[in-house]
Design a protein around this ligand. Sequence first.
Ligand SMILES: [Zn+2]
Length: 262
Amino acid sequence: MSLPTEEDLKRYDPIKADITVVLETPHEQDTESKRVFEEKVRHVASFRKHLEGMEDYSTIARDDYCGVLSALDYLCFCGEIFRPAPIYSNMLPLTFKIISDPDSTTMARTWIEGSRYVLGINVAKHDTPLMLIGTLLHEMSHMLIHKLRRQEQIEGRPMLEYLFGATGHGYYWQRLARVVEARAYEIIDRRIDVGRLEAISHEREASGIVPSQAYYEMCYGGWESSDGKPMAEVASEYVESCHNVRLNKEALQEMAFPNGGE
Ligand SMILES: [Zn+2]
């Protein structure tokens, strides 16, 4: 599996259609859905407020996570993550694994055990409520991709495995995260960061493939940085500079400890 190239982007993509249809459903079609929408917006706002008064995020209750995940699913994923699917007899339940490890570089991780999502959150790597919400949206994007992937497998539709990426942050994740971040800007707060840049960088390291300019355009076309530069350019510079930093570190390490420090 690897990052797609320009040529790959022209090929047929079964999930692209699904994600576009799913996430363009308007919420405010009638009075009842408008009421639910407003209720979910208030739920996220009160979660933020609750966190602002907290010293230590490791004490966030499981019910508070469940509540905000359900609200975010409704607002940013049109309820698709926890909607019962024909492949499951009921909704995918969630298990949380909360850790607090300031030395780890991992902020969070999602995986499936049986038909259960497991969401692991490293609360020590989160300083603000918005940072935590950004991480939840990042992980929820993985959840929806997991779910769509299983649906495609069960329904026997061919999938382009390499578009999932070497680390799960490939083309499908980036496409979805772009839409999700745009919705979160509109509905919750413009400062939310879903971690798309870090995800490209991570993927670039793991796959060894340099993303094409077309790929950056797919991720960031139409977006601008705070100083008005096209985000596709900023992103490509950022990812390559991270890559160089890593390379230089390795080169220095090799010079200093030619035999791995023994
Ligand atoms: Zn991720």
